[in-house]
Design a protein around this ligand. Structure first.
Ligand code: ZN
Ligand code: ZN
Length: 315
């Protein structure tokens, strides 16, 4: 599926990818559909490579060896800048991103740096594993950066693909999880996954939150999360693109509340999360589509009609 320009995503026959130095070819089995894909396809996130094949939650097998691996959003980093040397390769200026600056997994075959492939634990299917590779890993990093501690009271704002995986980790840590969402279907899914309370974005929680993560791509939700926080607590914003944050009273931030973004992830996050996901085990609720149905999958995601995670399955 080739994105030639914003809103121009079509099925095309293209040349097989060629492995560069340090790269392998991965025969794709499944690829998750992420909200970031939607933002790239719609032009909300500016295209960096043209044309580009989207998709950054890729499960496949390395051609030649058959080893099952995952590919994720972080497709490369320089390894020698200030950020890389400090263990923050997610902030590397030279970082490459799958399905944005390099081709992704809405395809039968893709080239990838060998050192940015992730072995997948046994016991999870290719369909189950795909959403873990972005929704899961970035949700996990968001939980970490929110500062939530085992047994703490955590708010999740928005309850799509990433949040429905993050709640399973938080419940495993013994957290009390409150879910804020507009959708009654999401409320129901949240309750089924152990949410102690569900409400709308602006509903006050019964008790102030020890930490919050926002998943909804709306700046107003960030302010709602800040309003629900206890003093000294953090809102971690799990969004690569936001429509601006409305002005708010400094009183909401006062008393050492913290607002921070979550940018990408590191390979250490990916490895830690995939091991934890296998141990818990984290189960993704999935809805599958054929490769050629990618535009329909993205449209359903845009309309809020996907429960859990959409996954493309190559034939
Ligand atoms: Zn770097
Ligand atoms: Zn993603």
């Amino acid at each position: 599926m080739v994105l030639a320009a914003p809103d121009d995503l079509t099925l095309r026959e293209v040349d097989d990818p060629v492995a560069g130095p340090g790269e392998v070819i991965v025969d794709v089995s499944t690829c998750g559909v992420c909200r970031t894909d939607l933002q790239i396809v719609s032009g909300d996130i500016e295209m960096r490579k043209r044309p580009v094949i989207p998709g950054h939650q890729v499960v496949g097998r390395i051609a030649g060896t058959g080893e099952r691996v995952g590919l994720a959003w972080l497709a490369g980093a320089c390894g020698c800048c200030r950020e890389c040397l400090a263990g923050r390769e997610n902030l590397c200026e030279q970082a490459e991103f799958r399905g944005w600056t390099v081709d992704g997994g809405y395809a039968e075959r893709v080239a990838a740096r060998r050192d940015f492939t992730f072995p997948l634990p046994d016991g999870m299917s290719d369909i189950q594993a795909a959403p873990l590779l972005c929704a899961g890993i970035i949700g996990y990093r968001s939980l970490r950066l929110s500062g939530i501690e085992p047994g703490g009271r955590l708010g999740l704002f928005g309850f799509g693909s990433s949040a429905h995986l993050a709640i399973q980790v938080a419940r495993h840590w013994g957290c009390e999880v409150l879910v804020f969402s507009r959708s009654s279907a999401e409320h129901e899914l949240a309750r089924g996954l152990g949410a102690a309370w569900v409400g709308g974005y602006d509903d006050p929680p019964p008790e102030p939150l020890d930490a919050a993560v926002t998943f909804a791509p709306a700046g107003s939700v960030v302010v709602a999360a800040l309003r629900a926080l206890a003093p000294g607590a953090t809102v971690a914003i799990n969004a690569i693109h936001l429509d601006g944050i409305p002005a708010f009273s400094y009183d909401l931030l006062w008393r050492e509340r913290v607002l921070r973004s979550v940018a990408n992830f590191t390979r250490a996050d990916a490895t830690a999360f995939l091991e934890l996901a296998a141990e818990i085990p984290v189960r993704a609720q999935t809805q599958t589509f054929a490769l050629a149905e990618a535009p329909q999958a993205l449209a359903r995601l845009a309309a809020g009609e996907v429960q859990g995670s959409a996954v493309l399955v190559m034939s």
